[in-house]
Design a protein around this ligand. Structure first.
Ligand SMILES: NC(=[NH2+])NCCC[C@H](N)C(=O)O
Ligand SMILES: [Mn+2]
Ligand SMILES: [Mn+2]
Length: 300
């Protein structure tokens, strides 16, 4: 893997309705991120945080609305430009959230450098909603759809092109809460999903190995978008939309270790750490541990 890495924090909490997830990047840094990566011989440049503008007054959703659309779109563009620059400079972008709406900006900045960018979406959710199908109006439930070119043009067209990714280049792992519109889209577009059912049946070794083989054949770069709510809330309590029955600590470390061995990743992001909902920074510490495994920390 690329040893030159740039860290970008995105203190975004406007893609959903619970406060606190904007403190995710500081909590992850505080849990020892830089020390961990430097200990693994990475040349790390922490670029600080993307500035996020606040809405004038807390904009309450009316039906069919997209909560905080303007602020999310503005931040996505800023993030896209920063990430784009790092990829141009041949540095590995590691993006820290913030809620999952930030994936709109990450993918916008990264994908223009690839013919066929692959995406591993490690999440309890599909994040495949649009204003029409969303039960909440929260943009953090929409970034994967937006990146497929589905949704409000202010979001799909960030950084001046759309779509960012092709449905056949996506693999979702850990899904256990999908809305009806998301299920429909998964069927229609043939998106690969390893739900908890497949993880239980096949085991994580087979799931992640199959996903890697699948992406290797068809992509020229792979982005990992890891939502901490993909893990079980017992292990990762500091998330805004917990769903029981999730991926374990051990399955997740194993997945990161096998990804490291495969060397297919070209960018990554860790999102949805909410320190207000956390217990003694447990979830941020877990994120740093997973990042360690992803970047080569080994027991022997
Ligand atoms: N990134 C996340 N945590 N997304 C949760 C989305 C929850 C629900 N599907 C929604 O659209 O509102
Ligand atoms: Mn999620
Ligand atoms: Mn998510």
């Amino acid at each position: 893997m690329n040893k030159n890495m740039s860290i970008i924090g995105v203190p975004m909490d406007l893609g959903q309705s619970r406060r606190g997830v904007d403190m995710g990047p500081s909590a992850i840094r505080y849990a020892g991120l830089l020390e961990k990566l430097e200990g693994l011989d990475y040349n790390v440049d922490d670029l600080g945080d993307v500035p996020i503008s606040r809405p004038d007054s807390r904009h309450e959703r009316q039906d069919g609305d997209l909560r905080n659309l303007k602020q999310v779109a503005d931040a996505s563009l800023k993030l896209a430009e920063m990430v784009d620059q790092e990829v141009s400079d041949k540095r590995f972008p590691l993006v820290l959230g913030g809620d999952h709406s930030i994936a709109i900006g990450s993918l916008a900045g990264i994908s223009k450098h690839y013919e066929n960018l692959g995406v591993i979406w490690y999440d309890a959710h599909g994040d495949l909603n649009s204003a029409e199908t969303s039960p909440s109006g929260n943009i953090h439930g929409m970034p994967l759809a937006v990146s497929l070119g589905i949704g409000h043009e202010r979001l799909t067209n960030i950084h001046g092109y759309s779509p960012k990714i092709k449905p056949e280049n996506i693999v979702i792992i850990g899904a256990r809460s999908l809305d009806p519109g998301e299920k429909k889209l998964i069927k229609e577009r043939g998106i690969q999903v390893y739900s908890m059912h497949e993880v239980d049946r096949m085991g994580m070794t087979n799931v992640i190995s199959e996903a890697i083989e699948y992406l290797k054949e068809r992509t020229d770069g792979v982005h990992l978008s890891l939502d901490l709510d993909g893990l079980d809330p017992d292990e990762a309590p500091g998330v805004g939309t917990p769903v029981i029955g999730g991926l374990s600590y051990r399955e997740s470390h194993l997945a990161m270790e096998i990804l490291q061995e495969s060397a297919i990743l070209t960018s990554a992001e860790f999102v949805e750490v909410n320190p207000i909902l956390d217990e003694k920074n447990k979830t941020a510490t877990l994120a740093v541990g997973l990042i360690g495994s992803l970047f080569g920390e080994k027991l022997k």
